[in-house]
Design a protein around this ligand. Sequence first.
Ligand code: ATP
Ligand code: MG
Length: 423
Amino acid sequence: MSKTIQSIRGMHDVLPDDSHQWQAFEQIVRDLMAVYGYREIRMPAVESMDLFSRSIGEVTDIVEKEMYSFEDRNGDMLTLRPEGTAGCVRAGIQHGILHNQVQRLWYMGPMFRHERPQKGRYRQFHQFGVETFGIADPDIDAELIIMTARLWRMLQLEDIRLELNTLGSNEARAKYREILLDYLNANRDQLDEDSIRRLDSNPLRILDSKNPEMKSMISSAPSLLEYLDTESAEDFERMKQYLDDAGIEYTINPKLVRGLDYYCKTVFEWVTDQLGAQGTVCAGGRYDGLVEQLGGRSTPAAGFALGIERLLAMREAANIEVPQGHPDIYLLLQGESSSRKGLPLAEKLRDENPGLNVLSNCGGGSFKSQMKKADKSGASIALILGENEIAEDAVTVKFLREQKQQQTISQSEISKFLKNNQV
Ligand code: ATP
Ligand code: MG
């Protein structure tokens, strides 16, 4: 026998016994977006490679080593999207829905990064993301954070804490860059290979390093907060005020710089200690320069993205029960013409009882094996359609979870009977 084909490393199936967890999560997200007045946008999973190098930044983990890029049959360089912001901005510019408008948008779907697979880190993973355009005031930054805090409550998750920082304006960051460079050069012997490479291109990203050996050197580095421009400093104060007013707790982490180039001013992460090294569940911030950088007219923007697998792992660890759906009715089909009569009967039941979940026993089988399947399906009622029932235009009702008498009912009365029995 030839070897069976397996899924790609780091890319996982969601099996039918687990998909209800995803559906419950997705429903919560849709409900959340509805109550805040955000609208869904759906972008393609494949974009031009340039889109990501121009937005995320050349000297970032994603663009340097994580993208799935390939040449298609036309010779165009394409990339499986590693994140949603770039595509969302691209779509917004292309369709003219950003300039001089306010947009509050969300999306959900698979993202692709060629990382080392481990718990909480996959090559195909899923994000729910939100992007807002046209609002310069930090009240929208606060709304995004307040909204995610509500999401944790809706997901029944605890132990997720908020870390905040501001990256200031581009000018303030440029000034700080020089100061940081002096410090890093003075501590060059403590930098790892990645960081030495970044020294020239993007020294701020060194602060984001996950290498534990650099931790203490990084924590003693000069803080960006001391070099902030007035506007960013004032905006940051106001945003903190909005969060205080809303009762949201946070800690300021001056080393929080985020792995992507396009952020400015507010950046934030929601982190948990429950997931080991993969502790960031949600990350976002302001990216006022990105729309212009991608060829649109200058538009203020802020957003976040969260990792669905990590949040589902937290829900699983917290033993949050999501009931798995089951059929209301299992229809047993016995004898020669039962399938011909049974499939229309199942349709009639679905027509007359909107929402009723009817599972027909297709494929035949003995009465005993069909009953076993009925029981295993979780249905509360088995309907039996055999030769006697067909002769009488009737169907036999057997209660599977209650001590009630079995009854044979006329097919014209069956829907009424089910309603009376609250099926
Ligand atoms: P990390 O520091 O964990 O690599 P990141 O900064 O690369 O995260 P973002 O690009 O900000 O992550 O993506 C937002 C969120 O998406 C992350 O906080 C995380 O929850 C999730 N995420 C990112 N990469 C992965 C991955 N490879 N597998 C699963 N979830 C991921
Ligand atoms: Mg990453």
